[in-house]
Every structure is written in structure tokens, then in C-alpha cells.
Design a protein around this ligand. Structure first.
Ligand SMILES: [Zn+2]
Length: 154
């Protein structure tokens, strides 16, 4: 399938434009992969996802797209002992919980936590506009461990 214009939800197109980044096919595909996954992914996992769309990109064009979007603040890169993982910087779900062991992330928008921050800011005389919160935790007692566990098992 050939797409003449890269499909991406409007909010992400606006984010790209605000960051002075053109919405190219590889960048859109990388963003779609991360939005679909809704968890942090390694470069290899992103590439695997992108290839499933039946659009042929080279590994380097995907890596380049990731790198440009990290520099533009659209993606966040985190380094774990197993390697780097990437997530979309979310402003509508400002709370990111990341597993300290496997590096998986999920995003939340919790009204109780937002209310807590709003009240804390009000006590300091500030009006909360937006916030991001990064929580490090262990995902579950039987966490699979580092992201690249599958390659170690091979
Ligand atoms: Zn974990």
C-alpha cells in the first residue's frame, strides 16, 4: 500500500510542526508504532513494528527518524542496562510509570494525582498549568527483566 501523505493523528502532526519537523513517512511510521504499542520500545522493536505496516524503510531511516524526534522532544529516550528504549512524550497523560527492571513504561492521567499537584502548587502561590511525573517502580513480581531477554535466551 502506498500512502501519499503519512497518516498521523492531528495532535502529533501539530507537535511535529511546532518542533519544526517535517512529517515524513518514516517519522510518522515510528510515531504510529509507539502510539499503537503504548509502552516503551527499543529501536529494534520499533523497526519490527514499522515493517509490519508493509512499508519498506531501511533500518537507518527508522533509526534516523527516532533520533530526530528525540532531539525535537517528541520522543523520550531512556537508557537501561539492557539498552535504550523510546516513548512518545505525552502531555495529555502526564504520568509515566517505568519499570526499573525491564524498562517498560505506561502512561496515566490520574485525577487524584493531578489534584494533589494543583493543591501543592496553590499552597506555593502558583497556578498549575501542566506537569509531567516520572515514577520508577517494579512492574510485577515476575517481571521478565531486561528488554533484550529474548536475545539472551537464543
Ligand atoms: Zn518489569
Amino acid at each position: 500500500m502506498f500512502l501519499s501523505t503519512p497518516y498521523l493523528p492531528r495532535a502529533y502532526i501539530d507537535k511535529m510542526r511546532a518542533a519544526n519537523l517535517q512529517v515524513t513517512m518514516p517519522r510518522a511510521a515510528v510515531l504510529r508504532a509507539l502510539i499503537r504499542a503504548d509502552v516503551s520500545l527499543s529501536q529494534t522493536e520499533i523497526y519490527r513494528e514499522v515493517v509490519q505496516e508493509n512499508i519498506s524503510f531501511t533500518l537507518s531511516s527508522v533509526y534516523n527518524a527516532i533520533s530526530k524526534m528525540v532531539h525535537a522532544g517528541i520522543l523520550q529516550e531512556r537508557l537501561f542496562e539492557s539498552g535504550r528504549v523510546y516513548t512518545v512524550v505525552e502531555t495529555d497523560r502526564p504520568i509515566r510509570v517505568t519499570c526499573v527492571s525491564c524498562g517498560r513504561s505506561l502512561f496515566l492521567n490520574d485525577s487524584a494525582i493531578t489534584a494533589f499537584h494543583r493543591e501543592a502548587m496553590a499552597r506555593l502561590g502558583f497556578e498549575l498549568k501542566d506537569y509531567t511525573l516520572s515514577i520508577r517502580a517494579k512492574c510485577r513480581p515476575d517481571c521478565p527483566g531486561p528488554v533484550n531477554a529474548e536475545s539472551r535466551a537464543a
